[in-house]
Design a protein around this ligand. Structure first.
Ligand code: ZN
Length: 327
């Protein structure tokens, strides 16, 4: 069933890339029914399906599992494990095994950093085992019905009742897990409109979700209320709450330092300024792409599933689309 759903997702993604190409570039499709460009989601899903799951210890009873879609963080107390994100639906068995092997405790609580399928895919399985699912309130709303994100070729949602968050919050909530205090915070729309950043103290770990994919240009999920200004705002807040010793767990990629996050924020600020200038000069979105405003950053940040062109289009649209919620 999961495989079939995956196929449907990819099929929709294929249709949507055609619509996207037509809407944004006016370019002709070479052969009817054939798609020559992979969507962001197709590229990402192929990678998520085939990357081996790795377990990394952050000490203090905290582990990170990478490779299964979005990064998953586990924090233990005496008798249970709290997970942050649940990976892909197709790999939840593998994740559960890796979690139990590392922590030797069953999962009783799960926090979702946002609604995307590579961070919530395991919710159906965990939810059906009565795991408490905690998220920002907009995550529940988005998972409850079908969501279309044409920019990246994603159509998902309409999750079954057991996969939905059972505890929601608006701007902040605190949880205790063993010796660690977890502070869950939403700084307003950023990657989506339901992002949660989790500060873990005294371990000094910050789990930031897809506000940071290390070391890639981020997806700005405009259809889910995301914006470039919101991502920069959230990053500034995270930088204010962390120090040089903080371990930063990104939504994807290796665990990072605060200075990695600072470099990433600085790159986003510069790209935003350049694209804002192009908008101010009256350039169209295609002219902005042609101006290659990210050129000197592409070698470092442009090798992920968000290509430089797609990233420029996302930032341009975020700065110009009046229908998009702004900070
Ligand atoms: Zn995401």
């Amino acid at each position: 069933m999961q495989r079939i759903l995956q196929k449907i997702r990819l099929a929709f993604a294929s249709i949507q890339v055609i619509v996207f190409v037509l809407l944004t570039t006016g370019a002709a499709i070479p052969v009817a029914g054939q798609v020559t460009t992979e969507t962001v989601i197709q590229k990402a899903t192929e990678q998520f399906e085939s990357t081996p799951l790795k377990t990394i210890s952050l000490d203090n009873g905290i582990w990170v599992f990478t490779g299964d879609g979005g990064n998953v963080t586990a924090i233990v107390d005496d008798g249970s494990t709290l997970l942050i994100d649940s990976g892909l639906d197709s790999r939840v068995g593998e994740l559960t095994d890796a979690s139990f092997k590392a922590t030797a405790r069953p999962v009783t609580r799960l926090v979702n950093t946002h609604w995307h399928f590579d961070h919530t895919g395991g919710n159906v399985s965990f939810g059906s085992e009565s795991v408490t699912i905690i998220a920002q309130e907009n995550v529940k709303q988005r998972l409850s019905s079908v969501q279309n994100v044409p920019f990246i070729g994603l159509r998902d949602g309409g999750y079954p009742a057991q996969a939905l968050p059972t505890t929601t919050y608006s701007s902040s909530i605190s949880l205790r897990q063993g010796g660690q205090q977890l502070t869950l915070v939403n700084y307003g729309p950023a990657h989506t409109d339901g992002d949660t950043i989790i500060y873990i103290a005294p371990a000094n770990v910050a789990v930031v979700g897809d506000i940071f994919s290390n070391p890639f240009y981020p997806i700005i999920d405009l259809a889910s209320g995301g914006s470039i200004d919101g991502i920069i705002y959230s990053l500034n807040e995270i930088l204010a709450q962390t120090d040089e010793q903080t371990k930063i767990v990104p939504g994807h990629g290796p665990v990072a330092t605060r200075s990695d996050l600072e470099n990433y924020r600085d790159m986003l600020v510069q790209v935003r300024q350049r694209i804002k200038a192009l908008v101010g000069a009256g350039r169209t979105i295609d002219e902005a792409v042609a101006a290659a405003p990210t050129k000197d950053f592409d070698a470092q940040w442009g090798r992920g599933y968000v290509s430089p062109d797609v990233f420029v289009r996302m930032v341009f649209t975020s700065l110009t689309d009046s229908g998009n919620p702004k900070r």
